[in-house]
Design a binder for this molecule. Structure first.
Ligand SMILES: *Cc1c(COP(=O)(O)O)cnc(C)c1O
Length: 362
């Protein structure tokens, strides 16, 4: 029943997230394991997820934006809360006032944060980001050498970690991993001795060479497989179900949906659900993938439209109007959904829409 008229529901299993965090911590004995909760905890609700991780013992958190950090700062007393995307000009006082730690990745960011530390007359916490091959954020080799040659540049900064980010950790055989490992060691050798932060989710599974003083997993916490091609060691976290709004019989040759991209090869039944691309149920699912009802597969047929999706229910005679079908869940893992839509689990989760009735299971 849906007293509130909701057409689809999204259940987020906070106990599974906590258990995933604990199992990652067990695999990373060299140092603590953070919780990456950027993009609203990968779409799952950072104001629910971050406190759940905190309750499990997590004391290091990462967002991408200052605004995301401010939304959870009061719920994480004493925890390190760091912003991966750096220190925008003009935001320095806000970072300092709210005890949010910037990840510094340019000489200008370092200079502005050090200037504020001098002005305030106290040391300010920071992480230092070094680029070891992703060429996206972080100091490059020349910038790092210049920094190493000028010891005053870092004065006033309480550097908590030096970090880098792996570009291909989900592909263990990719030589880029070893190259980044080598460059990270070389970069750290230029700096004063500092704790290091290295692995993301998949990096934790690359073995002890990639262990450090702080791991930074996101995806694996949320049930995305950090070891693609091998069994998923994480527990599923998300269940997305939609109610069958209408069930109709169609004749062989009948076309379904916009522009008739699917035509029934035989007489059959079409189930329509109230989930579409406006809900982040990507249009690239059109004619790809399936929903699950009671163990039976319902292939997705026709175009995904803004608010509706159509399923071929011909081989599922038990299905009735009002039944709930599973789009993502234990029977339909997020990684499989992603593959059907030609993307990854990260994009599926961060796209999850705002019209679902959301429930967080403690
Ligand atoms: C997003 C991100 C992470 C987390 O990556 P996952 O693959 O989701 O575990 C870690 N570090 C940095 C710098 C990131 O941008």
């Amino acid at each position: 029943m849906t007293a509130d008229g909701s057409l689809a529901r999204l259940e987020i299993d906070l106990a599974a997230i906590r258990e995933n965090w604990r199992s990652l911590a067990a695999r990373h004995p060299s140092g603590p394991v953070a919780g990456v909760v950027k993009a609203d905890a990968y779409g799952l609700g950072a104001t629910h997820v971050a406190p759940a991780l905190f309750a499990a013992g997590c004391r290091h958190f990462f967002t991408a934006h200052l605004s995301e950090a401010l939304a959870i700062r009061p719920r994480l007393p004493g925890a390190l809360l760091a912003v991966l995307n750096g220190l925008p000009p003009g935001s320095e006082a806000s970072f300092a006032h709210h005890d949010v730690t910037p990840v510094l990745g340019t000489p200008d960011e370092i200079a502005r944060w050090a200037a504020l530390a001098r002005q305030l007359g106290r040391r300010l916490p920071a992480l230092l980001h070094v680029d070891t091959g992703m060429h996206r954020l972080g100091l490059d080799a020349a910038q790092l050498a210049a920094l190493a040659a000028d010891p005053t540049a870092l004065s006033g900064l309480d550097l908590r970690y030096v970090m880098t980010h792996l570009a291909a950790s989900e592909v263990p055989e990719d030589p880029a991993n070893a190259a980044q490992h080598r460059r990270f060691a070389a970069a750290c050798a230029l700096l004063p001795p500092l704790p290091r932060s290295f692995a993301n989710s998949s990096g934790i599974f690359l073995g002890p060479d990639f262990a450090s003083d702080l791991a930074r997993p996101g995806a694996a916490l949320y049930g995305i497989n950090p070891t693609p091609g091998r069994p998923n060691p994480m527990r599923p976290v998300v269940r997305l179900s939609a109610r069958v709004l209408a069930l109709r019989t169609i004749a062989a040759g009948a076309a379904v949906g916009y522009n008739a991209t699917w035509t029934a090869p035989r007489p059959g039944r079409i189930a329509t659900i109230g989930v579409g691309y406006a809900d982040g149920w990507l249009r690239s699912h059109s004619n790809h993938g399936h929903a699950v009802f009671d163990g039976a597969m319902l292939p997705l047929v026709g175009r995904v439209s803004m608010d509706l999706t159509t399923l071929d229910a011909t081989d599922c005679p038990a299905l009735r109007e009002g039944d709930w079908v599973e789009l993502i869940g234990p029977a339909r893992p997020v990684d499989e959904v992603a593959q059907a839509a030609g993307t990854n689990g990260y994009e599926i989760l961060t796209s999850l829409g705002r019209r679902y009735r959301r429930a967080w299971l403690a």
